[in-house]
Design a binder for this molecule. Structure first.
Ligand code: SAH
Length: 267
């Protein structure tokens, strides 16, 4: 984009942080889709479904996913790009910052909102379906359960030091761990150290919201065994009350526990 010198007082465009949802394009909210249709520029994350481009064919799409933008320098580059785009568009222009899942959950939203506030650029946040909720839907395991599951926590495995997990774990009846895929064996050890009984249920869900979503049942002690099945896929781990499967019932619509819906229902 050409650099346009602007007076500091020149009116800038707006920025909408939009949650793309966790999987296929139709999991975005109607409001998110509407903002895309109004955008002149879209800065998109790696996790967002490429099919979302169809909702903003008029916009210039810039991909600021993993490559080159993942570290903290990358974060500053994204902040600078957002400001530059908003200023170049000027009053009435809309930049959409599209983020996987919900922008407020492990999405570096704080830094980007702060950068916009510092630059005097008006913002809006449009929520999205976060991975934990898509995982609960995929496995058909409600995160809250009457009587036994009265609280839910979202944690990241990535930045947690052993002491963090020990301190935080056990604070909720259902705990959902993000960025857990590569560290399932480590998470298992940390959870037991934090006081979770080894036989506590743990459900591992990867690519929730996509046609190839997978979930597998384990215990806190055997979590490490899920590594192969979910390797290389965005994965969350649900531990505790919300991981418990429904009581098995015979249903004419399910054969050997196979899905009740044909796969085509998800496409
Ligand atoms: N803002 C996102 C989370 C970004 S952090 C949200 O609200 O969902 C990235 C992590 O999210 C991944 O490492 C993984 O743990 C989780 N994740 C994202 N999409 C997922 C999906 N479709 N299925 C399972 N986990 C997912």
């Amino acid at each position: 984009m050409a650099a346009t010198p602007l007076l500091p007082s020149a009116p800038a465009g707006r920025v909408a942080f939009v949650g793309a949802g966790p999987g296929q394009a139709d999991l975005i909210t109607l409001r998110g889709a509407q903002r895309l249709s109004q955008a002149a520029v879209v800065l998109s994350d790696a996790l967002a479904d490429p099919a979302l481009r169809e909702l903003a064919p008029q916009a210039r799409w810039l991909h600021v996913g993993k490559r080159g933008f993942a570290d903290s320098t990358g974060q500053e580059a994204i902040n600078a790009l957002l400001i530059k785009c908003a200023r170049e568009l000027g009053s009435g222009g809309l930049v959409v910052r599209l983020k996987g899942g919900d922008p407020s959950v492990f999405g570096r939203l704080e830094e980007e909102l702060q950068a916009m506030a510092d630059a005097g650029i008006a913002c809006e946040v449009v929520p999205g379906v976060t991975a934990a909720l898509a995982a609960a839907a995929s496995a058909q395991r409600p995160l809250t359960r009457r009587g036994v599951g009265r609280s839910v926590s979202f944690s990241t495995v990535m930045t947690a030091t052993p002491t963090d997990i020990v301190r935080d774990s056990g604070s909720a009846d259902t705990e959902v761990f993000y960025m857990a895929g590569k560290q399932l064996a480590v998470l298992s050890r940390k959870l037991m150290k934090a006081g979770w009984a080894g036989e506590t249920g743990a459900c591992v869900v990867s690519r929730a919201g996509w046609p190839d979503e997978l979930h597998s049942d384990h215990t806190v002690a055997t979590l490490g065994r899920a590594s192969m099945l979910h390797a290389g896929r965005p994965t969350v781990v649900v531990v505790g009350a919300g991981a418990r499967p429904l009581n098995k019932v015979e249903s004419p619509a399910s054969v050997n526990g196979a899905a009740l819906w044909p796969a085509s229902m998800n496409t």
